[in-house]
Design a protein around this ligand. Structure first.
Ligand code: NAG
Length: 222
């Protein structure tokens, strides 16, 4: 090939990139999609097929799922998250969004966690919440949120929400940019996975001994 053809090809490629016509694969909508090679040809998108448009109604696009507080005593951290889902808000399917109601008990914590498929913006509606995230250069960002104030957690970054008030509960509403954001709580994922992560891995990763691994495991499973 002469260099003239190379140049022409490069020019076309750059034009396509600028016009946004050359695109990569769409983002995954779930943790994984194991190919169905059984020949049954069933099509599921995040677990369900789609409803016939003849059968849809306004209530499919409405929900009161976030109208009541969740139970912040259900875990040892003192938080509750209620999400809009394909069950409680069927019309949100394929719209690429999720809402979350986050209730946090006095001194309660939504522990460091990440959403592999979504950016998040949290708005404090009640109380006094310390929020923060760590970026991939290990830089920490924190902010105190009072009612009406919002904060963005960039996609995939580890973040937390802590109710600094020792007496009053706090509440926030979050918007997430995926129909299936996914959540991994760092401590839970590393210490309570099934089957468990090998003790040796945890000992080395956290620079602790086997007894400490067992102690943390028991506390988190508690
Ligand atoms: C909240 O969760 C705790 C612990 O699971 C349970 O004992 C309590 O009854 C629950 N409260 C409500 C109102 O459901």
């Amino acid at each position: 090939m002469n260099s003239n053809i190379h140049l022409k090809f490069l020019f076309i490629l750059i034009s396509l990139l600028i016009l946004g016509l050359a695109q990569g694969d769409p983002e995954p909508l779930q943790d994984y999609c194991v190919a169905d090679t059984t020949g049954q040809h069933s099509f599921f998108m995040n677990g369900q097929p789609c409803l016939d448009p003849e059968l849809t109604s306004p209530n499919h696009f409405a929900t009161s799922a976030l109208s009541r507080p969740g139970n912040t005593s259900a875990n040892q951290f003192g938080f509750s998250v209620i999400l809009t889902s394909n069950q409680n808000l069927p019309g949100r399917r394929t719209q690429g969004l999720t809402l979350a109601r986050v209730d946090i008990a006095p001194d309660g914590l939504v522990p460091p966690h990440s959403h592999p498929r979504a950016s998040e913006v949290a708005t404090c509606l009640k109380g006094d919440i310390l929020v923060g995230f760590v970026d991939t250069s290990n830089k920490m960002y924190t902010q105190r949120l009072r009612p009406g104030e919002s904060f963005v957690f960039p996609k995939g970054m580890i973040h937390f929400l802590y109710n600094v008030d020792q007496r009053s509960p706090a509440m926030a509403i979050s918007g997430l940019t995926s129909e299936n954001p996914g959540t991994q709580i760092a401590s839970i994922a590393t210490f309570t996975s099934q089957p468990p992560m090998p003790n040796k891995v945890l000992e080395k990763a956290f620079q602790i001994d086997g007894q400490e691994v067992t102690r943390i495991r028991n506390h988190l499973q508690g």
